[in-house]
Write a protein that binds this ligand. Structure first.
Ligand SMILES: Cc1cc2nc3c(=O)[nH]c(=O)nc-3n(C[C@H](O)[C@H](O)[C@H](O)COP(=O)(O)OP(=O)(O)OC[C@H]3O[C@@H](n4cnc5c(N)ncnc54)[C@H](O)[C@@H]3O)c2cc1C
Length: 353
């Protein structure tokens, strides 16, 4: 591991662009391509799918070093973190050979089309329909809060496959081509000034049955697999290292003498240890453990950013303001804090529903 860390450090020192706009889509996509060309994309993916076949710990080390080196965040994260692992577990050979290589190379960008205006926490309430016509489905409906929707080539889409079955048993998971007639994308303006998510409107868009993941009514099972991954350590590693950057700003500049900084640093370190523990194979209660983890990192981020912004440090005012606004959504996306607490209460602690 020491050798691997040294190799990564060296490569990053030579390759992280000196002057970069971390929010810029081109910068982020260029970084994805660079990682791929150097063999750092999909470190823990099996070699038959183009990865390096290393473990999650190497993945952790890479992300840790990348963030410490100030590397940009890649843009293809929905594909790498959600669609890719889902396909490797539940996809067909044809789906894997078609979709995995451009996910790794960063050529194709994915978005996650789950939430709708009347279906967020209550995801099984979605209204978007996938109506079968021969070997195709017609997609009609409306998705909202779709991150990366404005630049996505493909959408991991949850849609209702039958009007009659019970609501958890009539959902399907589809790999939908966004570059087709019948798909309209309307970006949503955010409080940060950016526009990282969108609304999607589907009017008779088409998806072939070979682009359905799992059985026609297996969508709920697929969605739960995706959400468990989304709340897991793979994603939180990149977040943890960005919080380290925040703590370093506090220690070096904004509040070097303030004892509250050491409490925040400890909480950030706890995320690291929790992530490392969650990466251990064989954890039987993955969904519940990830719910604890999601609560931990989202709340820590908001507390860290809230503290940072309260200091009005002239040097880092813009940074903290941005962190503060960005962190607001963290207790909402990937399942709200209340939903995580319900899950922990019911499934981990055995409390009554
Ligand atoms: C920055 C950001 C990015 C996002 N990106 C995506 C994306 O890429 N793709 C996607 O599909 N979605 C995305 N989402 C949507 C996100 O998943 C939903 O916002 C989230 O699931 C909550 O759903 P909702 O907004 O409909 O709120 P609601 O479900 O209506 O919840 C409203 C409030 O009621 C509470 N509540 C609801 N039900 C319960 C309950 N049973 N018990 C206790 N409290 C409850 C909630 O905790 C919340 O406080 C994103 C959201 C944000 C903020």
């Amino acid at each position: 591991m020491t050798d691997f860390r040294a190799e990564v450090k060296k490569w990053l020192a030579e390759n992280v662009p000196a002057d970069l706009d971390r929010e810029d889509v081109t910068v982020r996509r260029d970084w994805d391509r660079k990682l791929y060309e150097a063999g750092y994309a999909g470190l823990s993916w099996p070699t038959q799918h183009g990865g390096r076949g290393l473990g999650p710990r190497e993945e952790f080390v890479f992300h840790e070093e990348a963030a410490l080196a100030g590397a940009p965040e890649g843009y293809g994260r929905v594909g790498r973190l959600l669609t890719g692992p889902l396909l490797m577990k539940h996809g067909t050979d044809e789906q894997m050979s078609r979709f995995l290589p451009p996910i790794l190379s960063g050529e194709e960008i994915w978005c996650q089309g789950f939430s709708e205006p009347e279906a967020g926490s209550d995801l099984a309430n979605i209204k978007t329909t996938a109506t079968r016509e021969g070997d195709e489905y017609r997609i009609n409906g409306h998705k909202i809060w779709t991150s990366f929707g404005d630049n996505a080539d493909l959408c991991l889409l949850l849609a209702r496959t039958s009007p009659t079955e019970r609501r958890h048993h009539n959902l399907g998971m589809f790999l939908l081509d966004m570059r087709q007639p019948g798909v309209e994308v309307r970006p949503i303006r955010q409080i940060t000034g950016g526009s990282r998510f969108s609304e999607l409107y589907f009017t008779d868009a088409v998806v072939h049955e070979r682009s359905r993941v799992g059985g026609e009514h297996d969508g709920w099972k697929m969605a739960m697999a995706v959400l468990t991954e989304e709340r897991g350590p793979a994603d939180a590693i990149t977040r943890y290292v960005s919080y380290v950057g925040g703590v370093q700003r506090l220690e070096r500049c904004c509040a070097p003498e303030d004892p509250r900084v050491s409490e925040l640093r400890t909480r950030v370190e706890l995320i690291r240890w929790h992530a490392l523990r969650a990466l251990e194979p064989g954890e039987p209660r993955k969904a519940e453990v990830n719910a604890v983890f999601k609560l931990l990192w989202s709340q820590t981020w908001q507390d860290l950013a809230g503290f940072g912004v309260s200091l009005s440090c002239p040097e880092h005012e813009d940074y903290w303001r941005h962190q503060y606004l960005e962190s607001r959504g963290a207790t909402i996306y990937s399942g709200t804090s209340q939903i995580q607490r319900n899950m922990i209460g019911e499934r981990l602690l055995g409390l009554p529903r």
